[in-house]
Design a protein around this ligand. Structure first.
Ligand code: SAM
Length: 270
C-alpha cells in the first residue's frame, strides 16, 4: 500500500507541489497530511495522485491541476480559458486602492479582467466602490462572474472589445488593466505555464504595445477629472508605456517596480 510519504518521494515533484496534489486527491488539509503521512492510502487515491503527478511533470500548471490560485488572499477558480493570476499583479490592486478617493465610494474599471482577480480584490477591499470589469472572452467573463459570486464581491461585468464593451456613457475614478503585452515572436510564449494559457490573454498578436496603446488612447474619454490609469506591462516596456501616457496628456506619470525589482506598473492621472 502506498502512503503520502512514499507517493511524495516517487512523484518526482517538489515537496510542496506533491503535498498540494495529495490534499486534492484525499480531500484533507495540510495538518491531516502531516499527521498521517505513513498511513496506507486507498489505491484509487494513489492512482489519481500518480496521474496528476505525471501531468505536472509534463508541465501542466499547478493552478490547472488543483483548479484554483490564491490572489490577494482570495481563492480564485481558474481554468485553461483564463490567465492564472500572477503575484506581481497584486501591485496593480495596491495602486488602484491608493488612487481611489478617500471617501470610500468612487468607481473603478478593470479592462481584460480574466479570472476577475483585480476587480474582485478591489471590490472586496472597498465594498462601496462601483467596480466594473470587461473581457473579450465570454469564457473569462463566466469564470470571473463565478469567482465574484463565490467570494460575494459586487462587480458588474461586460463582455466585449476594451471600452466598446461598456454602455456608451459613464466615467470612472480609476481604470486598471493587465492587458496582453507579450510580443507575438517572444520565445517565452512556448515556455513554462504560458504554453497552457490562452494565447489571447498573453500576446497582442503584434509587438506587445498594441493593447496598451489602445487602452491609453481611450482612457481620457472614460476617466473623471483627476482620475488615474494604471497599467501592468512587461519589464522592458516601462519607458514606452510612460511615453504613451505623457503623449495622451497624463500627469504624474511614474512606474512602480514589482517584488523582483522590475518595472511592472505604470500610471498617471488626468
Ligand atoms: C494578461 S490577461 C489579464 C487577466 C487578469 N486581469 C489578471 O491580471 O489576471 C489579459 C486579459 O485581457 C483579455 N483581452 C484580450 N484582448 C481583449 C480585448 N480586445 N478586449 C477586452 N479584453 C481583452 C484577455 O481575454 C485576458 O483575460
Amino acid at each position: 500500500m502506498q502512503t503520502a510519504q512514499s507517493l511524495t518521494s516517487m512523484s518526482g515533484l517538489p515537496r510542496l507541489e506533491a503535498r498540494m496534489l495529495l490534499e486534492l486527491v484525499l480531500g484533507k488539509p495540510r495538518e491531516w497530511l502531516l499527521a498521517h503521512d505513513t498511513d496506507p492510502l486507498e489505491p484509487e487515491a494513489a492512482a489519481r495522485f500518480l496521474t496528476l503527478a505525471a501531468q505536472r511533470r509534463q508541465g501542466i500548471p499547478m493552478a490547472h491541476l488543483v483548479g484554483h490560485r490564491e490572489f490577494m488572499g482570495h481563492r480564485l477558480s481558474v481554468s485553461a480559458e483564463v490567465l492564472i493570476p500572477r503575484p506581481e499583479t497584486e501591485l496593480l490592486v495596491e495602486m488602484a486602492l491608493q488612487s481611489l478617493p478617500d471617501d470610500a465610494d468612487g468607481s473603478l474599471l478593470d479592462l481584460g479582467t480574466g479570472s476577475g482577480a483585480v476587480a474582485i480584490s478591489v471590490a472586496l477591499a472597498r465594498p462601496k466602490v462601483r467596480v466594473v470589469a470587461t473581457d473579450l472572452s465570454e469564457t473569462a467573463i463566466a469564470v470571473a462572474q463565478q469567482n465574484a459570486h463565490q467570494l460575494s464581491a459586487s462587480v458588474q461585468f461586460w463582455q466585449g472589445n476594451w471600452y466598446e464593451a461598456l454602455p456608451p456613457e459613464g466615467r470612472f475614478d480609476v481604470i486598471v488593466s493587465n492587458p496582453p503585452y507579450i510580443a507575438l515572436n517572444d520565445p517565452h510564449l512556448s515556455q513554462g505555464d504560458l504554453r497552457f494559457e490562452p494565447v489571447g490573454a498573453l500576446t497582442d498578436g503584434a509587438e506587445g504595445l498594441m493593447a496598451l496603446r489602445h487602452i491609453v488612447s481611450g482612457a481620457p474619454h472614460r476617466l473623471n477629472a483627476g482620475g488615474w490609469l494604471w497599467l501592468e506591462h512587461g519589464f522592458e516596456q516601462g519607458e514606452g508605456v510612460a511615453q504613451l501616457l505623457l503623449d495622451a496628456g497624463f500627469n504624474a506619470v511614474h512606474t512602480k517596480q514589482d517584488l523582483a525589482g522590475l518595472p511592472r506598473i505604470t500610471g498617471g492621472s488626468l
